[in-house]
Structure formats: C-alpha cells, structure tokens
Design a binder for this molecule. Structure first.
Ligand SMILES: [Zn+2]
Ligand SMILES: [Zn+2]
Length: 351
C-alpha cells in the first residue's frame, strides 16, 4: 500500500526557499498513473520559476519539478497499458492527448498542456500523478536518473536538431550557449553525424567540456569580436545549422552570424528580448531561416531512451550531482549561481 503522506518541495513565492512539506499523496484519476519519483532533474526553467520569478506559476503553493522518472505506484481504473512497478519517464507536461497537435504527435505544441511545476503539481516530491498517455516506458538497462534528464535536458536539444533543425549527416553545426542543453546538443550532433561542430560560450570550463565531448572548435565570443569570421577562417564557410540556447538578442545575432548561405538558425532559448534580423537584402538574398524550437515531442524521449539502451548514446557524464529532496534549496542555489561545469543536478526524493 502506498503511504498517505509524502514530502514535496513547494513554491510559495519566487525568491524564497522552497518549503519541504508533508502533503497528501495525490490520487490518480481514472486515466492517470501515480508514479513514485526516483529522480527529478533541475533545469534553467526552475530558476526562472523559483528564484527570478520571471516565469509565472498559475497557483501557489505548487510542487516544482518537470524532468522526472520513477516507478508506477498506483493506476487509475481505466489504465491498461501499465502495471505496478513499471519503470517510466514523464513527459514534462500533462498534455491533453486529443488536441490537433497531440493527435499529430507534436505534443510540444499541445493547446491544453499543464506544465508540471507551473500549472500542475510536479515531481520534486515522493509521488506525482500523470496522465497515462504522457508516460514513456524506460528500458531496463537505462537508469532512472538518466531517464529523468533525458525527458527535458536531452530531448529539448534533440528536438531542436532533428525535428526543427533537420540536421543531415555531414552538415556543419554551431552551438551558442554550452550549458546543460548545449552540452547535450554537442553530443547529439556528433551522434547524428555532424561534419564539424563549433561550440560558442563565454565560460572557459564550458568550452573545455564541449571540446572533450565532441566539439571540433570552441570560441569565446568575448575574446573574438567576430565569431562568424573566426568560423569562416577555420571552415572556409559558415555553418549549415546554428542552435541558440541562451535566449538573448545578442546571442541570437551571434548564431545568425555563423550561418553559411542557405543556413538555418534554430532558437531554443526563451526570453523577452527582440533580436534584430540582418538587412533583408542579406537575410532574403542568402535564404536564411530562423526557426523556433519549443521543448520536445514524446517520440523524442522514446527514441533517445532506445538509443541509450542500445549503447549508441552515452550520458554517463550528464548527472553532475545527486541530492536528497531535503537539500533542494542548496541544489537550486548552485544552479542559480551559474556555476560552470554543471550539466544536470538531480534530486532523488526517495532517499
Ligand atoms: Zn526544463
Ligand atoms: Zn493536446
């Protein structure tokens, strides 16, 4: 029998520490599943929500956490696809399952999605409730902490490279911003057969790690006034595909400056700034594309878990540290301090 009470990390007000509280274990609806959370990764969005307060939550208090995996602990009576104890990863939002985008397999655009930790209680708790259709089975050989990180930290750059950027083998790639998402983008671009990978980041440690994980060239945009020119000096041309993971006007412009004629720029970073396009003579004449990429589809998560299970993708270095739920504020503080060298911090609510 599942316990009646559980510990959860609750957000009352941005800027205040999360409160670790005992609250009732949620009860799954007929088509939902109760998951005992084994691991929940922290991401930049959590800092926006809990520290900076520049992404609003729809109610307070709310349990944070949207990057999780665990085991099935209870089932709604209509759920037939899962059994007790099944290992599952959670899609980062509770999608509706029937809007035009869900039906098309484009869950990232679900019109009624409830994001965990924003409009629905999340996974920084011992248990979380999820609609059954949003779960992804985790292969036996993939650990649950890696599966958790895959759901957002790896699936987001994979979606940007594959679905939005349409990366083809042999193409050249620039990655602007090499934190958790950008670092995984480098590893994924390498796996997908990119012909040359340029990492662009202001932090020495991030550039060093990028080179270790598969980048061919690392550029410090503070030291090199013209990033695009430096790339052309090495490659002879700009890149086919640039990915932006920062979400600022100047970094989008840096990404655009790296493009070859005909190149695509995929913007993943979000923010309120307005980047400028180059002159239309240049933008149109060189057939540049600027493409938004938001989150991931369920298929991105399932395909990544299969790639890991088959040994095609090694995420052995993706979890930088693990914390019990009681130390969530320490972990958030570490992430908010922009300490470099971190890929993902994972909370293990069960320990
Ligand atoms: Zn996230
Ligand atoms: Zn939907």
């Amino acid at each position: 029998m599942t316990a009646k009470e559980m510990k959860a990390a609750r957000l009352y007000r941005a800027g205040e520490p999360l409160a670790i509280e005992s609250i009732p274990v949620p009860v799954p609806d007929v088509d939902e599943v109760l998951v005992e959370v084994a691991a929940c990764g922290l991401c930049g969005t959590d800092i926006h929500l809990a520290v900076d307060g520049d992404i609003p939550v729809s109610r307070s208090p709310i349990t944070l956490g949207h990057e999780a995996a665990g085991t099935v602990a209870a089932l709604g009576e209509a759920v037939t696809d899962y059994a007790m104890g099944d290992r599952v990863a959670l899609f980062p939002s509770a999608t509706c399952g029937h809007c035009r985008f869900c039906l098309a397999g484009r869950e990232s655009l679900c019109e009624k999605a409830q994001v965990y930790g924003m409009s629905r209680d999340g996974s920084l708790a011992q248990f979380v409730v999820a609609p059954a259709w949003t779960l992804v089975p985790v292969p036996e050989t993939v650990s649950l902490d890696i599966a958790a990180v895959v759901t957002d930290g790896v699936a987001t750059p994979f979606h940007a490279l594959r679905s939005r950027g349409a990366l083809k083998a042999g193409e050249t790639v620039a990655i602007v911003g090499c934190g958790g998402l950008g670092t995984h983008a480098i590893m994924l671009a390498r796996m997908m057969g990119a012909g040359f990978i340029v990492a662009i980041d202001v932090h020495d440690e991030a550039r060093k790690r990028a080179l270790e994980l598969g980048a061919d060239l690392a550029i410090d945009p503070m030291a090199e006034a013209k990033v695009g020119r430096t790339i052309r000096q090495h490659l002879g041309l700009g890149v086919d595909l640039a990915l932006e993971f920062v979400g600022r006007a100047d970094t989008v412009q840096t990404a655009l400056s790296t493009l070859d004629t005909g190149g695509r720029c995929v913007v993943v970073g979000v923010g309120t700034e307005k980047p400028e396009l180059p002159s239309l003579l240049s933008f149109v004449g060189r057939e540049h594309s600027v493409i938004g990429s938001f989150g991931m589809d369920k298929r991105d998560i399932a395909d990544l878990l299969a790639l890991i299970a088959r040994g095609r993708l090694d995420l052995g270095q993706s979890v930088s540290a693990r914390y019990p739920l009681l130390e969530i504020n320490e972990a958030l503080g570490r992430l908010a301090s922009k300490e470099t060298g971190l890929v993902r911090l994972v909370i293990e609510p069960g320990r």
